[in-house]
Every structure is written in structure tokens, then in C-alpha cells.
Write a protein that binds this ligand. Sequence first.
Ligand code: PLP
Length: 400
Amino acid sequence: MTTKRATTESVIKQFAKYVIGNYKRLPVVIVRGKGCYVWDARSRRYLDLFPGWAVSGIGHCHPRVVRAVREQVGRLIHVANNYYSVPQGELAERLSRKSFGGQCFFCNSGAEANEAAIKLARIATPPGKNKIITMHNSFHGRTLATVKATAQPKYQKGFEPLPQGFGYVPFNDFRALERAVNPRTCAVMIEPIQGEGGINVASERYLKQVRKLCDRKKILLIFDEVQTGMGRTGEYFAYQTYGVVPDIMTLAKALGGGVAIGAMVARPEIAAKLVPGSHASTFGGNALAAAAACAVFDAIDDEKLLENTRKMSRYAFRKLAELRKRHEVITDLRGKGLMIGVELAKPGAGVVDRCRKKGLLINCTHDVVLRFMPPMIVEESHIDEGVAILDEALAEEFGN
Ligand code: PLP
């Protein structure tokens, strides 16, 4: 690959001609990443507090992931799923032991993990039970079924007809869910903390009520932990912070430390319904991605990153609470662990832009929620640096 002559201008021009324009891209060509920082083609450094849309959960190019990938790539990259491979088995065992003793199916993305969960929920429940209830403002992916599961019309518009068998209720509203359940309901699918929906945190009481309802009505509980999983909340999985165990859990994003991999974990008696021929993914759980994901587990455990996430979460919330006192435009601060939303009274796109120009990468979702998902390796100095830039950007955009 020739990267030598690539400049910001040449790459943007190349994209304009050859890459489909389905993403709104910021005018930065990122060429290198290490830990909490990335560098662009002009050698400018950015503090990345939203690394890879929550993919680089343990930071960019974590040395353990780099080493594991380098070693694995020279040994075996891919083996078809009609054979066994060592890294896939190893990863499945780690996932199972760290969560609820389930069995794993591997794929390549969050949407695929959710597709698998939808198919499993339907096949594992009696005939006629095929309806899945999801939450307003959810986000479950961009395939046709996961777009239908995503209860936000803006993602569905124009792509109809969409698969049937989905119903929506407001998030955190137990009575509404109770009313929506009927004999055709086979599953309830929830993000314990809605990410794209604006960092909306499910209450413990709610999730406990949902679990009881599912048990009572023999409905499967699916937690979409694509964004909340792999340490983000200060526990390996967000469900562990609630003490509410799902029947099926989906993962992707941070699982592979930057390498594409998705997973569905299901209680063994449910998982048993996915028999040969019922579901598959050619690349799913390939040796390279599985080796990378095993290295993520090693890093989290050996470097005590769950502890660091909890500690840095407390620090970040304290710093942001101080910031809030200085900026009336901040109307709410919410989240868990290092999944943090700062809600503004006005649209936040201008703030994101100003931050980027000052060397800080963050995100804004739902127009008004600034989203921070720092890597689990973050230190106080990074949070100080980020909050100082944000302070300036807010002042310039809105005044104090
Ligand atoms: N589920 C959740 C909660 C997500 O946040 C996302 C992506 O943002 C997805 C599913 C879809 O994942 P992917 O883009 O890997 O298909």
C-alpha cells in the first residue's frame, strides 16, 4: 500500500471519488494511534476521548493486542468454521467464564450479533412466539432486522418493507412494557445504557422488574452490550453493575481491541437451539480476531483496567460537575463508568468541531448530548486535558 504520498487533501479527494458517501466525515485523515492519542496526516496530535466509536476500549494499538495479532498473523489468520481453532475456543471460554456461563457464537459486528440474537430468540421459543419488544431511542444496528429493532424512525425511513415482529415501548417504563407483552412475545431486547440514544441509563429497579416479567411470562431477555460491554461501565459487562442477568448478550465494538469481531453469548439450554445449518458467519471468530480479543481480556485483567475505569469515572464525573457550574448550557450529566453523556440546552455539533480544532476528539449524539467514552487506560492528566479544552470550546460556542 502506498501511504507515502498521502496528504489530507489527496485522501479526501480520493474518498470523494471512490468511497460511497454514506458517512459524514470530519476533515481529518488519521494515520497513527497510540493509547489515548491519534495523529493525523499533518502530524497533528489529538486526544481521543471517543476512540473508534467505542471500539478502541483499551486505547489505540494496545501493545498486547499488537503483539497477539503479530504472533497470530504469522501462524494462522483464518480457519473455516467447519474446523476447530485454538483462539476461538480460548475466547469463548473467557467470555463464558467472565459472564454467565453461556455458550458463544462469533460474528464480525454488533448488528450481526443482534441478528443472531433475534434469530435465536425466535427459534428457541415455541412456534407462534416471534415478537421482540425493543425500546424507544434504542440502537441495534443497520441490517434490515436490526434497523427494525432500532426504535428510531430516522434509521428506518426509505428502507421499507422491514421485517415484521417488532414492537416498541418507552425506555425505563415498566408499565408500558408490561402492557405490550402478549402471548406472541418471545423476547425483550434492551441496551442497559442506550448509547446512540443519548446515554440513557436504565434504572436498577426497572431492569429487575423486566427480568421478573420475562421469567414470569417465559420471555427471553436480550441485553445488547455492544457498546456497554468489555469493561466500559467498570465491570466486564453492564448487566453486572445491575445484578440482572440476561439470557442472551451481544457484544462487538471493544471486544477485539480494534479488530472486527462480534459475539452472542447465550445460556447453554437456549444456545442448544442453534443447530448446524441454522446460522453461520464465514469470518466469525476467525483466529486473528479471536487472538486479539483474548489479548483484550489479558490487558483488562493484568493491568487492572476495570479498577482504573471505576476510578477514572469518579474523577471525570467530578471534573465535569465542576465544569457544569461554569456553563449554564449544560443541563445534565449522566452515564456509568467511562460512558458519559453531557447534555446541552443547545445543539452540540459546534462544540465537537471546536474541540477537534483544539486537538480533542469527542462525539455528539441526539443533537445535544456530548458523548465521552475514554479508553480504559485513561489517566487523570488526560481527563484534565480534555475538560480544559471542552471548557474553552463551550465558552467560545455559547459564552459562559
Ligand atoms: N448495538 C449497539 C448498542 C450499538 O451501539 C451499535 C453501534 O453503534 C450496534 C449495535 C451496531 O454495531 P455495528 O456497527 O458493529 O454493527
